[in-house]
Design a protein around this ligand. Sequence first.
Ligand SMILES: Cc1cc2nc3c(=O)[nH]c(=O)nc-3n(C[C@H](O)[C@H](O)[C@H](O)COP(=O)(O)OP(=O)(O)OC[C@H]3O[C@@H](n4cnc5c(N)ncnc54)[C@H](O)[C@@H]3O)c2cc1C
Length: 454
Amino acid sequence: MTLHDLIVVGAGPAGAHLAHEAAKLNLKVLLLERLARDRVGDKVCGEGIALHHLKNAGIPFPTGDELGTLINGIDIYPPSMENFVTVSQRIPGELCDGWTIDRLCFGQRLLKRAEDAGARVIAHAHVIKPLLEKGAVVGVEYKDTTQDKLVKATAKVTVDASGMSATLRRRIKHPSIENKIALHDQAVCYREVLELKQPPDTPDRCTIIMDDRYSPGGYIWIFPRGGTIANVGLGTQGGKGHRPKALYKKFIASKPMFKGAKVITGGGGAAPIRRPLWSYVADGIVFIGDSGCHVNPIHGGGIGSAIEAAHVVAPILKDAIEAGDVSTTGLWPFNVEYNRHHYGQKIASLDLMRRLLQEVGNKEFEFVINNRIITTEDLLRANAGEGIQLSATDKAGRFIRGLRKLGLLRRIQKVSKAMREMLKLYKNFPNSPGEFESWKNKVVLIYQSLGYEP
Ligand SMILES: Cc1cc2nc3c(=O)[nH]c(=O)nc-3n(C[C@H](O)[C@H](O)[C@H](O)COP(=O)(O)OP(=O)(O)OC[C@H]3O[C@@H](n4cnc5c(N)ncnc54)[C@H](O)[C@@H]3O)c2cc1C
């Protein structure tokens, strides 16, 4: 049996990009994927990605068949759709904020990059369980589904990048590793790629509609994919008995722009929308992407944070392997780096805002948008994890306009303050496992101060 440096389970954006980054660092990488290789990347998705993520992860921008269209902002609507707020995050000097992409083409490109960099890829390899030695992960057992045969593979470190299925995370017994994600912390979605009769009115902007008649605890998206093609879907909060497909069909029937649209493809899926895992590492194992809960809890986007996690963890894995310490302590620097300096802190803070949004109903959302209580500037700051600071420009005007809903204003301010505290805590993520419990207690206290379960 060959001993690899690294086994990566799952060739989605997280796994494929990690395999590329690690192979580039001369690690001996085995990438295992249950799908046929020409289906890698074929996932139900909104297919939107912000430019800064690809830039941060060092991935060349999409072109050709992979490129849907250039995106220059997101318009966020309340249920009446009478007003909206636009959010745009342009990096100076760049052509656009982001893109819509063909997810299959994107996945195929990432896979090819991994292989070209030297990673060994085995498709039709359905990973079943971790191999353990004295409680530490030393590899995996997988089924070669072409021959219906069980195979064992060993490595110095194993990475679970198997997405929502979290094949290995579910089976790891470790106090800081959560095996299950509660249903109410999942977005349960349905989406279709449609060919419309007319191009969307705003062909370079994504549309988000907050309307709990159709997407309770989530939102509706209409993402242009170029020409008359659009990716349209909605998410609902899991565990509440909502039926996303039925709600989607009801929504589509209510809007004239979808009349006569042809369905190119459709399907359902789920994403974790909560704080990150307490720890992304245990003895001999690391969790990235959806398996590590590296998803933005507000919009459910997780491609960007997955590839950034892959980019951040690769050199840390190399150092740990070279130092001969792949224990929880040896791999701990990934927790520190991703939480203090990358996306972890943002996910943690935005989870509080997600909880607030799930409390707010249609009437309140209509009120804050129509009365300009929340502005583009607020949303940008909120998206950075800093909460909504109603004290910015025009404080008095907004206060007067907001008087009719004073309770709501106070709640927004309380949650925003807690978001800033959370950001600060994550920027001070503990250096070692020994300091973790007292840090964790402080996080739990923030949740409790708002009446939320962590
Ligand atoms: C409806 C919907 C819409 C979304 N829209 C967007 C969007 O517009 N933009 C965005 O950024 N994010 C979006 N997301 C989230 C995004 O799709 C995920 O966050 C992202 O795919 C995470 O990447 P990953 O590599 O962690 O997991 P995945 O992309 O799920 O990849 C996991 C891989 O592991 C493989 N695998 C699973 N189990 C095993 C096993 N046992 N053995 C071997 N291989 C295995 C799978 O086949 C898959 O190839 C959406 C999610 C949903 C559900």
